[in-house]
Write a protein that binds this ligand. Structure first.
Ligand SMILES: Cc1cc2nc3c(=O)[nH]c(=O)nc-3n(C[C@H](O)[C@H](O)[C@H](O)COP(=O)(O)OP(=O)(O)OC[C@H]3O[C@@H](n4cnc5c(N)ncnc54)[C@H](O)[C@@H]3O)c2cc1C
Length: 478
């Protein structure tokens, strides 16, 4: 008999429960399906595909060393599984549970029907502290920590080889995937993930908390694990385990570059929990990808979309130096820190008064670490449409003075402002509007912020004790 281990967003051999368990039973086909329709979805772009290819190559290397290389299939998952089931005596399918976009959710429903009709058992194993079928969040935090305290699975000792050929990996071009060039993208793969975690724990975490919102320094001092987590090059449990090991080693007097900032490490660990907290929201309520969490905000931005303003924001041409620097940096590197992401969304939602559904895909396209559960929850939070979170409207001029005092980040990404004196770098229009071939501000920041605040606060005060608000709190707050 044969089992299939279906790799999805778990591209690693260590701490891979489905692979570990399946390897003890039958011969296995370690399968990855390049799903051609998935790659046409509007939330994805070629930077995700390129990171995937790095990850698959690394996974193939590790699997080959275990005795059976990765089997690639290109096409439609139902068709791929139907063919494999015809050609091999398949007894079980093993995979992790996936909480991803609506497309993958619908695909999994179809596959469930297929496997049931063929009497094949699909072992879907929960992962990363996200649990299926929760009615509320009462026990979630303790369930999460219970899981994170477990010891990660070792890689399997060996895989029995099977007589089956793999297909070649198509390029992003072959698949017609939306292309947005990203010259400084992170490289994918399980071994890369381990290196990034090690360098963070050993060296880079010292100033994690201090620099967390600095657009210049956070590239180095944040963990930069988000993309590895999004593709499952490393599991959350592994990160908890290695972090704990590092703390113990440090407490026992091991070097750790002579220092370890335990406050920073604790702040980092809290964020790892937030990750699962947000993905759990999407698991419990898949429609937050397309609908406001609170319906009181349903039509407040209807009819306000302005194509020119949108393009100025999307291309980093708003005339607000920090906004433009962040957008251009994000396009070129695929990453920016939390505060700068929040500010970009706040500007689009509040200053430009755009419905988040109009711009969420531009951001998902350029975040290499795109993770729907975090992405849509955060975009809704920063747009003020959840009804349960504090309303935050970032002032991009204040952020510019606070986070990039000397304009180093701005000058790096907004080359037009290279020669602008530092005292004007945050508000270059104060010299002469249009100087340096840089656009004048596309909106009045103060006026638009006040208007947005008036609408959002007035709704918030009306719905504070409403039944809908109470239901949302019960469902999503632990
Ligand atoms: C509008 C918006 C969209 C976002 N979209 C994504 C996304 O698609 N994918 C994504 O991984 N993060 C997203 N984030 C959260 C956060 O910005 C990134 O996780 C973080 O910048 C990643 O860098 P890092 O790995 O160095 O994070 P660190 O600061 O080193 O944190 C470690 C890990 O904790 C998790 N984490 C950190 N901050 C948050 C947070 N606020 N919410 C949830 N989890 C968090 C991430 O998995 C991260 O890798 C978004 C934030 C905003 C405001």
């Amino acid at each position: 008999m044969t089992d299939i281990v279906w790799f999805k967003r778990d591209l690693r051999v260590h701490d891979h429960e489905p692979l570990f368990r399946a390897s003890k039973l039958n011969k296995i086909i370690p399968l990855y399906i390049i799903e051609t329709d998935l790659w046409q979805q509007p939330d994805l772009s070629d930077r995700h595909y390129e990171f995937l290819i790095d990850s698959l190559r690394d996974l193939n290397f590790s699997l080959k060393n275990l005795g059976q290389e990765l089997i690639i299939r290109v096409g439609n998952a139902e068709q791929v599984f139907s063919n494999l089931i015809k050609e091999h005596a398949v007894e079980n399918i093993w995979s992790h549970e996936e909480t991803w976009n609506n497309w993958t959710y619908q695909r999994d429903l179809k596959l469930k029907r297929l496997f049931t009709s063929k009497n094949i058992k699909w072992h879907e194993i929960h992962v990363n502290g996200v649990f299926r079928g929760l009615n509320d969040r009462k026990l979630w935090t303790s369930m999460f920590y219970q899981e994170m305290e477990k010891i990660p699975y070792e890689k399997p000792d060996k895989l029995n080889s099977i007589d089956i050929l793999s297909e070649t990996l198509p390029s992003a071009d072959d698949l017609g995937i939306k292309s947005i060039e990203c010259p400084y993208r992170q490289r994918g793969g399980e071994r890369e993930a381990q290196n990034v975690l090690n360098s963070f724990l050993k060296l880079r975490s010292l100033d994690y908390s201090k620099n967390i919102s600095s657009p210049t320094h956070s590239h180095e001092t944040c963990s930069r694990l988000s993309t590895y987590l999004a593709f499952g090059n490393i599991s959350l449990k592994q990160i908890f385990y290695y972090t704990k090991t590092a703390i113990n080693a440090f407490k026992d007097g091991e070097d750790y570059a002579n220092n370890m900032n335990l406050r920073s490490i604790n702040a980092f660990k809290n964020r790892l929990r937030w990750r699962s907290h947000f993905i759990q929201k999407l698991e419990d309520q898949p429609n937050i990808e397309s609908q406001n969490l609170h319906d009181a905000y349903n039509d407040i931005r209807d009819g306000y979309f302005n194509e020119d303003l949108y393009h100025a924001w999307q291309e980093g041409q708003t005339g607000f130096p920090l906004i433009d620097a962040c957008m251009r940096s994000l396009i070129n590197t695929g990453w920016i820190n939390f505060r700068m992401r929040a500010m970009l969304v706040s500007f689009a939602s509040n200053n430009l008064w755009m419905d988040w559904r109009k711009f969420a895909h531009h951001l998902s396209n350029i975040f290499t670490d795109y993770e729907p559960g975090i992405h849509y929850s955060q975009i809704q939070m920063q747009s003020g449409t959840t009804g349960i979170n504090t309303i935050r409207i970032y002032n991009p001029i204040k952020q510019s003075y606070d986070q990039d005092k000397d304009g180093i980040f701005i000058k790096k990404w907004v080359r037009e402002l290279q020669n602008c004196p530092v005292e004007y770098i945050h508000e270059p229009w104060k010299i002469i509007e249009g100087m340096y071939n840089y656009p004048a501000p596309i909106i009045d920041e103060g006026e638009t912020r006040k208007k947005a605040a008036a609408v959002l606060y007035s709704i918030k005060s009306k719905i504070r004790n409403s039944e809908t608000t109470k239901k949302i709190l019960k469902k999503h707050v632990s």
